[in-house]
Design a protein around this ligand. Structure first.
Ligand SMILES: Cc1ncc(COP(=O)(O)O)c(C=O)c1O
Length: 356
């Protein structure tokens, strides 16, 4: 099966030798990483991230991947400020499932090629009590789209106007293939309302399970308390391994290598789509990240069934909408995992099915 479904890095992205060496060095440097410790994470890594975000290290909470942090954040916000959760339509499917499990209503906010539509956000803010906005402004999962700077400013204005807590989820921002980084919502707003979340899953390895949240001090303390109540301590060994990678100045060269590997895949998918589906379908133009969103002239669920019979898989668009309301004729293609030649072959298979 050629998988365009897996939002995972290609195996070559994971440098096992380098990480094994960093893990050994991390234990030797500081054997306390094998003990229990603070729920908010490994102090040197919190300190480094705090300096990068220009906040006190206590405001940085290291979580077991970004998704675990999402659970803590959502539980805290829904308890403190009950209401609807505004999400991009489409959005990352796992938070939708988590919110449903927590009994929260996810309300879709429209987006287009420039990302979340601030007018639609404004309308939803007037329509009922809101707990928080969950947004992935850069190289969004699933669409690959990026919120323009002008819209970032509008979203921040709206957040201020409505005292709206915002969770900015940014695991893909550093996986950029061209162009310059845009200011984060967190930077534009100053970190009073916007909590920033990211992860080393896409820049080091998902298996290290190291995510981080930069939250207002009081919220950070509550998230840390939830972490302690859930798992006592996070895995210091992998957090210290990531810190060792940073400390020996291997993080940036490793990221550059990952970018090169993934850009080749993004380019292969774009070239194959242009060759095979030009005029028949349209797709997003991501300058980074893992995903490309394709609007089809046909039903995506039926296409998926036939594609899987032919050995290719993807995720159908409706999985990324609250209550599956939308995306019936769209699909998410992850270009991060398959090899460039598999991408070429897989897109040919999909295109022949679309044309048929
Ligand atoms: C937008 C987004 N947020 C969070 C995550 C979770 O990443 P992790 O828990 O591995 O840090 C993912 C993973 O695919 C993602 O796409």
């Amino acid at each position: 099966m050629i998988s365009f479904a897996r939002g995972a890095p290609a195996p070559e992205c994971l440098d096992a030798e380098l990480l094994a060496d960093c893990a050994r060095a991390a234990i030797q440097r500081d054997p306390a990483v094998l003990a229990y410790g603070p729920g908010g994470g490994y102090a040197p890594l919190r300190g480094w991230l705090g300096a990068r975000h220009e906040v006190d290290p206590e405001r940085v909470i290291l979580t077991n991947g970004g998704l675990q942090g999402f659970v803590f954040y959502a539980e805290e916000l829904l308890a403190e400020r009950p209401g609807r959760v505004l999400v991009e339509a489409p959005t990352y499917d796992r938070p939708l499932k988590i919110l449903a499990r927590l009994g929260a209503e996810s309300v879709p906010v429209a987006m287009d090629e420039e990302g979340l539509d601030p007018d639609s956000l404004a309308r939803e803010l007037e329509a009922g009590e809101t707990s928080f906005l969950y947004t992935i402004p850069t190289f969004q999962n699933p669409s690959g789209r990026t919120l323009s700077t002008e819209r970032r400013r509008r979203v921040v204005e709206l957040a201020r106007e409505h005292e709206l807590p915002v969770l900015e989820d940014d695991p893909y921002g550093r996986v950029r293939y061209e162009g310059d980084a845009l200011p984060s919502l967190h930077e534009l707003e100053g970190g009073t309302l916007v909590t920033y979340a990211s992860s080393f899953s896409k820049t080091v390895a998902p298996g290290v399970r190291v995510g981080w949240f930069v939250a207002p001090a009081e919220l950070a303390a509550r998230i840390e308390a939830r972490a302690v109540a859930t798992y006592i301590s996070p895995p210091f060994l992998t957090q210290a391994t990531v810190f060792e990678l940073i400390d020996r100045r291997s993080f940036e060269p490793n990221l550059e290598r990952i970018r090169r590997l993934l850009k080749t895949r993004r380019d292969a998918m774009r070239a194959a789509l242009e060759r095979e589906l030009d005029g028949a379908a349209t797709w997003s133009e991501p300058a980074g990240g893992y995903f490309l969103w394709v609007d089809l002239p046909t039903d995506a669920a039926a296409l998926l069934q036939r594609a899987e019979e032919a050995g290719v898989t993807f995720v159908k668009g409706s999985d990324f909408f609250p209550a599956a309301r939308g995306g019936a004729e769209s699909m998410r293609l992850a270009f991060s995992y398959a090899s460039p030649s598999e991408i070429d072959e897989g897109v040919s298979v999909l295109a022949s099915l679309v044309r048929a």
